[in-house]
Design a protein around this ligand. Structure first.
Ligand code: IDP
Ligand code: MG
Length: 137
């Protein structure tokens, strides 16, 4: 079933020069493609909307600060089962627990700076695409 998902290559991925590597992994999946790609420094208001579910958690403030600390690559990826698929390609939240072969497992060490965000459900994908790419909604 073709889907669309919102993907963010976080400021650590951009600073470390890993965006090409990560985009390459996404592009190499059969029948997946990039519907939108933009280098963008995210402001606090946008991040508060995006991470609203985590407001009040101990990691929330440092997360928002980190996400605003430099440019990110914001993307819409489309194709067969991309929502589940990009989450699988990213690996679980904690990069040390993430299997080698996943983006977080191959390149990450600490939980906050885990390189990539990907929508976790169809509802999240719709909500998040509206925040970052209103014209896609
Ligand atoms: P996800 O990105 O795998 O969906 P979420 O639980 O939705 O993970 O958390 C959003 C982001 O917040 C994570 O990707 C990570 O950057 C950060 N984060 C989550 N839990 C922690 C934590 O316990 N410590 C520090 N940062 C965290
Ligand atoms: Mg999440």
């Amino acid at each position: 079933m073709p889907q669309r998902t919102l993907v963010i290559l976080k400021p650590d991925a951009v600073r470390r020069g890993l965006t090409g590597e990560i985009i390459g992994r996404i592009e190499r999946k059969a029948d997946w493609s990039l519907a939108a790609v933009e280098l963008r420094t995210l402001d606090r208001a946008t991040l508060e909307q995006h991470y609203a579910e985590h407001e009040g958690r101990p990691f929330y403030e440092p997360l928002v600060e980190f996400m605003a600390s430099g440019p990110s690559v914001v993307m819409v990826v489309e194709g067969e089962r991309v929502i589940e698929g990009v989450r699988a390609l990213a690996g679980p939240t904690d990069p040390i627990a993430a299997a080698p072969g996943s983006v977080r497992g191959d390149f990450g060490t600490i939980v906050r700076e885990n390189l990539i965000h990907a929508s976790d459900s169809e509802e999240s994908a719709e909500r998040e695409m509206k925040i970052f790419f209103p014209s896609f909604a």
